[in-house]
Design a binder for this molecule. Structure first.
Ligand code: SF4
Ligand code: SF4
Length: 142
């Protein structure tokens, strides 16, 4: 009897965010999903009232889901010249990148994402069990 199939990333994957790179935080339209807890944490980080932060920086899309607003050039509203202005309180979606289900679904998808993210294939080795845990947690949120 054979055991469960090993994932394609069984030997782990290398990734370290590259200093000075801000590519995944802007430059093109997209969504940065935030829930109420994340809005509160970001507002606290900015020493703002949560309702005020939401009114100014959050938009509601689809069925009531909330995303951070963007600047005209597609940059996240929280991106400044140094990088993320709320790095310690950034939303889970940003913390998980590039280990998103659509990126981890195959080696080809991972290789394609490398064209967007220069940190892929560099630096820290993330083990297969850790990656599988990350995927399970994100799947549970869907
Ligand atoms: S694209 Fe990759 S290297 Fe660049 S900021 Fe995003 S995670 Fe970091
Ligand atoms: S919240 Fe921060 S890390 Fe996330 S997209 Fe915006 S600037 Fe980037």
């Amino acid at each position: 009897m054979s055991g469960p199939r090993e994932p394609w990333y069984k030997d782990g994957l290398q990734f370290s965010c590259q200093p000075g790179c801000r590519r995944c935080c802007g430059g093109e339209p997209g969504y940065v999903w935030v829930n109420e807890d994340e809005i509160a944490a970001i507002a606290r980080n900015l020493r703002m009232d949560a309702d005020e932060f939401e009114r100014i920086h959050v938009r509601t899309v689809y069925r009531g889901e909330k995303s951070l607003k963007e600047k005209k050039n597609g940059d996240c509203v929280l991106l400044n010249e140094h990088g993320c202005s709320v790095y310690e309180a950034r939303p889970q979606q940003c913390r998980d990148y590039p280990f998103w289900p659509e990126v981890l679904k195959s080696w080809a998808a991972w290789a394609r994402e490398k064209e967007r993210c220069p940190g892929i294939g560099e630096g820290e080795l993330h083990t297969a069990p850790k990656l599988t845990e990350l995927l399970k947690r994100q799947d549970a949120l869907d």
